[in-house]
Write a protein that binds this ligand. Structure first.
Ligand SMILES: [Zn+2]
Length: 252
């Protein structure tokens, strides 16, 4: 390569680099957010909003399929916003539109994650630990899945479901402010029906309350003189042995 050709090549490289950064700065000035796919759609913007980490990308062809929208009531402009490929916050600067779009996307999302493709997408997030872990000690950091307590919008916030202890908890992240209807009541159970090999076994250990090393007798936790305790005390000693058991078995 001649000296002149090399100089032209470097100049071209720097010109493209400057053009790239100029374009990025220009995009940032419009408050657009680009996701890993590099598009400027409303969906990409919505997924990047802090606190929306539990939500996955619903393919536009799933959203456009009228079969998937049966029973959902929405305005045409709300759907236009959800499917907006070049989202400009200034143009759509209306909180009502945004809230409606969030609800519409959320209700379609609840349907999508029950499909085979949706389960696969959520499985990637599950394995990545996006939904957090169970706070119980004996679940040993078991990964959780999001679940709703209702399939209706505006009834309750999302919870996390632990498949090991079969219980639900409040999420510890900002995602706990998402509407539970975005995930629905069936999602975790459909997830493990489709991926049964991923269902963890129940915890092997269980916490046993002890006082100075002794198991607590259940009468020890009943207020003195209460009707529940009185019949059991009659005819027995009220010595310490009534309240504490030194055996390794829990009292009946
Ligand atoms: Zn658990």
């Amino acid at each position: 390569m001649s000296q002149q050709a090399w100089t032209l090549d470097v100049t071209s490289y720097w010109t493209r680099l400057v053009h790239f950064f100029y374009k990025r700065l220009s995009d940032m000035s419009y408050n657009k957010t680009v996701d890993s796919l590099g598009d400027y759609s409303w969906i990409s913007w919505f997924l990047e909003v802090k606190g929306n980490g539990f939500i996955c990308r619903v393919p536009t062809d799933f959203i456009e399929d009228k079969f998937n929208l049966i029973g959902l009531e929405f305005q045409t402009h709300t759907m236009d916003l959800v499917l907006e490929p070049e989202y400009d916050k200034h143009r759509w600067n209306n909180e009502v539109y945004t809230a409606d779009a969030e609800q519409l996307y959320g209700m379609i999302h609840a349907r999508y994650i029950l499909s085979t493709g949706g389960v696969a997408d959520m499985c990637l997030k599950y394995e990545r630990g996006d939904f957090g872990s169970c706070p119980k000690v004996y679940c040993k950091g078991q990964r959780t899945l999001p679940v709703g307590l209702s399939d209706q919008w505006n009834q309750s916030y999302v919870k996390i479901y632990c498949p090991r202890c079969n219980d639900i908890f409040q999420p510890r992240s900002r995602c706990g402010l998402l509407d539970g209807a975005m995930f629905g009541t069936s999602f975790p159970h459909m997830f493990f029906m489709q991926l049964p090999a991923m269902m963890p076994s129940p915890p092997q250990e269980k916490y046993v309350p002890r006082l100075f090393g002794f198991h607590l007798h259940r009468n020890a936790l009943v207020p003195p003189g209460s009707p529940e305790q009185m019949p059991k005390i009659q005819g027995s000693s009220t010595s310490q042995s009534t309240f504490l058991s030194s055996t390794n078995q829990m009292p009946p």
